[in-house]
Design a protein around this ligand. Structure first.
Ligand SMILES: Cc1ncc(COP(=O)(O)O)c(C=O)c1O
Length: 409
């Protein structure tokens, strides 16, 4: 992240346009940068296997596309209410009751263009300069970026391999201060595939209640779970009134390009978020919201088959990564990312990610794209076909056999 901020500063000077000071404090998602570099290599005739970008490679299910087409034909092409169509907010509340056992007033549900604006708006609405925001590290880079952008102090909550990438409760408690205003959790987790247990959520809830802190619970991968049932921290005693749930359609129904997400907010935050929406995007596309209802209420077999396809790919990539020289990898419990430890190769994360792209034609992300505690790891998205995953493993095997400084067993 730090390096990315430097890039911004340099760029603004070169262009000769003086940008606002706050632009020195905003980060970005490396996945999009790597995608651009990979596409540039492809344009020069090189073959690249894309394991960098976090989006399902499946098509949006047909009945959802049909619902959008019908809505367009019926004239759903106008502005709508900032917080979203009432019938969609109701459908989200019903969906959360069915899937997560949450009793939610639809008036708490806010629809946004993608899940990302929920973190943007929540942080804008809550964080003053100097307020501390605890966030998972490694973790989705936008948490830290936004906290810093608004003048807050991002406080990393380390997630370590030896704890299967779940936080250490004692260490976490030690991070909480009188200035802590927001705690961000993400389960299933990007980039590690880790999943928080009920006991972990109890620790988060206990601290939130004791310290009167708000939780942002990013549950965008809640349906991409390989065993068990997703649990929301909002379900725990007294937590609905201090939790913001972030979720959406991007990952569950393969709808990343539609830009559709939702948040569930404590009631008193909703008018503030509505004002942020009316000051920025006005509302979410009306016909897309009609399709979102079809996704929630229609057949779910496409979601189930996507999860079983991801299960097969997970087995292949984890087996393959563990067979590479100097690499070991835990089995992810959710989402579609593998996060192998590559310290045994002798490379830093950044160097290995760069060389795999340039020399082996495999695009992946350095663990450091997700924070300082990502050093020693790479992130592979297995939202790609089995043959492509096998080919990528073969390319990496050839590269590491030639270049890794692996200590003899
Ligand atoms: C943890 C996490 N939260 C939120 C998002 C944002 O999703 P959307 O595309 O709906 O904005 C992503 C996307 O990669 C993510 O990985």
């Amino acid at each position: 992240m730090r390096n990315e901020w430097k890039t911004f500063r340099v760029r603004s000077v070169v262009m000769g346009i003086r940008t606002a000071e706050r632009m020195n404090h905003i980060g970005q998602e490396t996945a999009f940068e790597v995608l651009v570099r990979a596409r540039a290599l492809e344009a020069r005739g090189r073959s690249v296997i894309h394991l960098e970008i976090g989006e399902p490679d499946f098509d949006t299910p047909g009945h959802i596309v049909a619902a959008a087409q019908q809505a367009l034909e019926e004239g759903a092409t106008h502005y709508g209410p900032s917080a979203g169509l009432p019938q969609l907010r109701q459908a989200v509340a019903t969906y959360l009751k069915r899937g997560r056992g949450l009793d939610i007033d639809p008036a708490r549900v806010v629809i946004t263009p993608g899940g990302k604006p929920i973190m943007f708006f929540a942080i804008l609405a809550l964080i003053n300069p100097g307020d501390e925001v605890i966030y998972p590290d490694p973790g989705f880079p936008i948490y830290e970026s936004m906290a810093r952008f608004v003048g807050g102090t991002p406080v990393p909550m380390p997630l370590r391999e030896e704890r299967h990438f779940r936080f250490d409760p004692d260490e976490f408690r030690g991070l909480v201060t009188d200035r802590t205003r927001l705690i961000i959790i993400n389960s299933p987790h990007n980039p590690t595939g880790g999943v928080l247990t009920r006991a972990d959520l109890e620790v988060i809830a206990e601290v939130a209640r004791e310290r009167d802190v708000v939780i942002l619970s990013d549950e965008i991968y809640s349906r991409l779970l390989y065993s068990g049932k997703h649990e929301s921290v909002a379900r725990l005693d007294g937590m609905l009134d201090r939790t913001i749930i972030l979720d959406g359609w991007s990952k569950t129904w393969a709808m990343t390009g539609w830009r559709l997400g939702f948040g569930v907010f404590p009631s008193e935050l909703v008018p503030h978020v509505e004002r942020l929406i009316s000051n920025s995007v006005s509302c979410t596309a009306s016909f897309a919201q009609e399709a979102a209802i079809a996704a929630l209420e229609g057949p779910q077999d496409a979601v189930d088959s996507m999860v079983s396809e991801f299960t097969a790919r997970r087995a292949a990539i984890i087996r393959g990564l563990n067979a590479l020289p100097g690499v070991r990898c835990l089995e992810p419990e959710g989402a579609f990312y593998a996060f192998p430890n590559i310290t045994g190769t002798g490379f830093s994360s950044r160097e290995l990610a760069d060389r795999l792209l340039e020399e082996a034609g495999v695009a992946c992300l350095s663990g450091t794209a997700f924070g300082q505690y990502g050093e020693g790891f790479l992130r592979f998205s297995y939202a790609n076909s089995l043959p492509n995953i096998e080919e990528a493993l073969e390319r990496m095997r050839a590269f590491l056999t030639a270049h890794a400084a692996v200590a003899p067993a």
